[in-house]
Design a binder for this molecule. Structure first.
Ligand code: PLP
Length: 373
């Protein structure tokens, strides 16, 4: 099996496995006052501190949640109420579903948000919450977050950044970024599923309205007993992922080699020409449905996805690629996302399966343009 679907769920890092197993041995609820509870509380707060350090936040501003879907929904509920909400056109469904009726900020054919349009939209009216993801889950395209933050700051708007796919693949410093809030997910950076975080700017982090109130945990910002093993695993994965950023040039070289060979044989790279995270490529094969490609590759033992992983199973065009004006290619692109431990052997296995698939499904001589932008 060759697993190339890191953007759906990263491979569990050994550091995360170890921390998770150790936390399973901790009996106690962090809210309990007895010794067992205090030990659990210590582990919870140590984990929070580790996550804060990894992403440039204060521990007090890290709200631990079930994952990034909740973090995005919580950010929009807390910061978007009473404000206009503006979403980048390629935001994840976790954001889109939490802000029905939001205004949409267009992107160019590479998937990069139009910041002139953002400035114009913000000049038009009342206080706004802007949601712009750091890196797209389907194409890997990076958004100009620092510039967007500056535009938002000048216009008095708030900025929520879904940093799920950038975390562990790029250095992220929440304090320096100038965003109001930032969403993270444990299982996207090598931790277990079940834990994520919302980082909130110090001025706003103490008193926002929780989506889940419950027993007042997380200083009243998220009720419910925290899943300590998942949180400890998330923290260990975050630390390991940030330490592992030095390996990203190696991952980028593997991705570039994969793209070079696939494009020479007719694939087109969606988002080519934009700055992208190192591990991701979105490859279209004109005329061949994405689901057909995914199934053919799966039968050959290679696991990739079509469109957003959260919508796999649906035969739908990607809203991300549609926003990039990709035409029919919006239903003909697969996402290959290399894991943190990817090797040349993974790339070779993918290319063997891909050439075999393309040879059968893609009529020879019908060469693509090699890149789309
Ligand atoms: N945001 C982005 C960009 C994602 O890629 C995903 C998952 O695919 C999410 C949010 C949701 O994350 P989680 O699985 O932690 O709810």
């Amino acid at each position: 099996m060759t697993y190339l679907d890191a953007n759906a769920t990263e491979k569990l890092r050994p550091e995360a496995r170890e921390a998770l197993l150790a936390a399973l041995a901790v009996t106690g609820n962090p809210s309990s006052v007895h010794a067992a509870g205090r030990a659990a509380h210590r582990l919870l707060e140590d984990s929070r501190e580790t996550i804060a350090v990894a992403f440039g936040a204060r521990a007090a501003d890290v709200v631990l949640l079930s994952g990034a879907t909740e973090a995005d929904a919580q950010a929009i509920a807390a910061l978007g109420t009473g404000r206009r909400v503006i979403l980048g056109a390629t935001e994840h469904d976790a954001v889109r579903a939490a802000a029905p009726g939001a205004e949409i900020l267009p992107v160019d054919r590479r998937g990069v948000a139009d910041l002139d349009a953002l400035a114009r939209m913000l000049a038009e009216g009342g206080p706004a919450l802007v949601c712009l993801m750091a890196a797209n889950n389907e194409t890997g395209t990076l958004q100009p977050i620092a510039a967007a933050a500056e535009i938002c700051r000048a216009a008095g708007a708030w900025l929520h950044v879904d940093a799920v796919q950038a975390a562990g693949r790029l250095p992220l410093d929440f304090a320096a970024l100038g965003a109001t809030s930032m969403a993270l997910s444990g299982h996207k950076l090598g931790g277990p599923a079940g834990a994520g975080a919302l980082l909130v700017a110090p001025a706003l982090s103490a008193g926002f309205r929780p989506l889940v109130a419950g027993g007042g945990q997380e200083r009243g910002r998220r009720g419910g007993t925290p899943p300590l093993p998942a949180i400890a695993g998330f923290a260990a994965a975050a630390r390991a992922a940030v330490a592992g950023l030095t390996d990203m040039p190696r991952i980028a070289a593997l991705r570039d080699a994969l793209e070079a060979e696939a494009t020479a044989a007719g694939a087109m790279v969606m988002g080519a020409g934009a700055p992208r995270i190192a591990n991701t490529t979105c490859l279209a094969l004109p005329g061949v449905a994405a689901q057909t490609q995914v199934i053919a590759l799966d039968l050959a033992g290679v696991q990739v996805s079509a469109g957003a992983a959260c919508s796999s199973g649906k035969v739908a065009e990607s809203h991300v690629l549609r926003a990039m004006d990709a035409g029919p290619l919006a239903g003909e692109a697969i996402r290959v996302s290399l894991c943190w431990d990817a090797t040349e052997a993974d790339v070779a296995a993918f290319l063997r399966a891909w050439h075999d698939m393309a040879g059968r499904l893609y009529p020879s001589g019908k060469q693509g343009k090699a890149s789309f932008s």
